[in-house]
Design a protein around this ligand. Structure first.
Ligand SMILES: [Fe+2]
Length: 167
């Protein structure tokens, strides 16, 4: 997106929302591979649940675009492409299922933290700009991402890391 006039916080918010939209759609494309490759049942179920949750998050972003009177623009975000490539590398190269589960949690937590940073910023900017409804929607997703990260952490600590250790 080329800016021909000074960039304001509202422009930054729109750029951020477009990035988040792209990030979510890439995650939705990648998650079925994680569902397929996770061997622990709870982890597999969690990835399945995240897939549904992320689809809801895309819908929420569509509402945010409407509230801001904007339409999604085509953007590419290299950072999420890199993270997804890392996940694909793990799937291809780690042959030991318990170790792969531990590695998939680790890469998923990278992705969650990345999303948490994005939604946290977007919610704050929307709030500052007086876009209260948009800020609320972004905060709802932020809380979901934080919950997803916590769930992954629990799975790692209670079972999955131990299994990888004893394999
Ligand atoms: Fe998400």
């Amino acid at each position: 997106m080329k800016q021909t006039r000074p960039t304001h916080l509202r422009d930054l918010l729109i750029i951020k929302i477009n990035s988040l939209f792209y990030i979510e759609t890439q995650i939705i494309k990648a998650l079925p591979k994680l569902v397929k490759k996770a061997s622990n049942r709870d982890l597999k179920k969690d990835f399945e649940y995240r897939l549904k949750e992320n689809k809801g998050q895309v819908k929420r972003l569509e509402q945010v675009f409407k509230l801001l009177d904007e339409k999604p623009k085509k953007v590419k975000v290299e950072a999420i492409r890199g993270l997804i490539k890392d996940a694909e590398w793990l799937i291809k190269n780690i042959k030991n299922p318990p170790a792969l589960d531990a590695a998939l949690i680790a890469i998923s937590q990278y992705i969650e933290h990345y999303e948490i940073a994005g939604y946290g910023t977007a919610a704050e900017w929307a709030h500052l700009l007086g876009e209260t409804e948009a800020a609320e929607l972004l905060t709802q997703t932020l809380e979901e991402e934080e919950g997803a990260d916590e769930k992954l952490n629990d799975l790692a600590i209670t079972t999955i890391n131990e299994r990888a250790l004893n394999e």
